[in-house]
Design a protein around this ligand. Sequence first.
Ligand code: ATP
Ligand code: MN
Length: 477
Amino acid sequence: MKRTKIIDLLDGQLIGQTVNLKGWVRTFRNNQFIALNDGSCLSNLQVVVDYENTEESLLKRITTGAAISATGLLIESQGRGQKVELKAESIEILGDADPEKYPLQPKKHSLEFLREIAHLRFRTNTFGAVFRIRHGVAFAIHQFFHERGFVYLHSPIITGSDAEGAGEMFQVSTLNLDNVPKNEQGNVDFKKDFFGKATNLTVSGQLEAELAALALGQVYTFGPTFRAENSNTSRHLAEFWMIEPEVAFADLNDDMDLAEDMLKYVMKYILDHYQEDLNFLEQRLADEEKTKPQNERSPLPLKEKLLFCVDNDFERLSYTEAINILKNCKPNKKGQFQYIIEDWGADLQSEHERYLVEKHFNKPVILTDYPKNIKAFYMKVNEDGKTVRAMDILFPGIGEIVGGSQREERYEVLVERMKEMHIPEEEMYWYLDTRKYGTCPHAGFGLGFERLVQFITGMTNIRDVIPFPRFPGNAAF
Ligand code: ATP
Ligand code: MN
């Protein structure tokens, strides 16, 4: 008999029919009531066992974590809580789980402990909800861009250019580390390496996306990116997924509109389609917040927070305006910031971003027109010669979620910027070609996928929204 998923049974349409269920036992009470979960949704389905007519040896094997197949009549539930339950006629154990050894006993486990057993944590309510929503976020992103006629571009993961400058890179090599070939100067001879040159894992697909956008019009990447930066924070991973749209004939305002529309679209999609999981995560977050001091708690419950972001315009202001706010704010004057803002030109730290978003504006903020010295070479220089057409979107509790810009389309200005920033022109000839042949205004941004999933699920640590997190000192599983 073909199995029916729990999600398809809950509405009660199949009451009175014989169905087969397959899943994993969450709990087994009184030798009678199995709470079965099959991952199709957060809810378990109650399977009622006729224990008087079931062999003792079988009952003993119905333990937390075991995989079972149950066939029987779907009936209206006798107890409270759920509409339907399964009156089992036959039960088959598909896979035992020794209760003496199974690490995931039905009790509260800390997220830290669950990270150590990441191969099993999918079986908890929290991670089931997080990974269903992670899927929903990815799907909604693809749908958003598809509806607008964007082309999904697969930029390379192994890259031969190291000039992107977005972060420290992981080297890719098949050279024998115990006996590395050297050239006449005594340096590593990458000519003997797999690709005949030094290669790395990509930190961003933006430059490739620009090449495609200047022919296809609107493209986006959605793939893994890698940063070998030694940052042990709750917002950084060494391997994370990034979405990078790039649009021809667009300026910075178009870019901000696109990013804001996309973020709202995705949040609305999750609010509309993942009610049950969101309700659960909202309660989880509320419980976690109770352990924090009052002033660190977020002012809104999870769903209200998402709804607020969907319904309100993001606050847009320039870096210069932000610096003026920060210079004169209380924590700056009282020396409560770790990095005191003194002059225009300072790079904003996460404490400053959080002040703007969480204390001053209390909503998502888009900062624009940063000093060119703290931004990348490819951003369009403003008429003032000091700032660039950059934008960062800052979210409460997360900080930077999007970084983007209008690109410098003027060949001479771009070459000048590359010289200033010591970026080798010869190596980047392919990038410069786009400015030589049919250049045009264009803009794009990078969205950190896990940071968005973090915001939507209310998970505090980024390591809990990706199946197997990679961070300094950890590549388990
Ligand atoms: P941050 O200052 O937070 O380190 P960044 O300036 O290095 O970010 P970008 O290079 O602009 O970030 O990357 C684009 C987006 O990718 C960021 O807005 C963020 O959402 C995400 N991101 C960047 N680094 C990481 C990381 N190590 N782990 C997860 N997401 C990241
Ligand atoms: Mn960074």
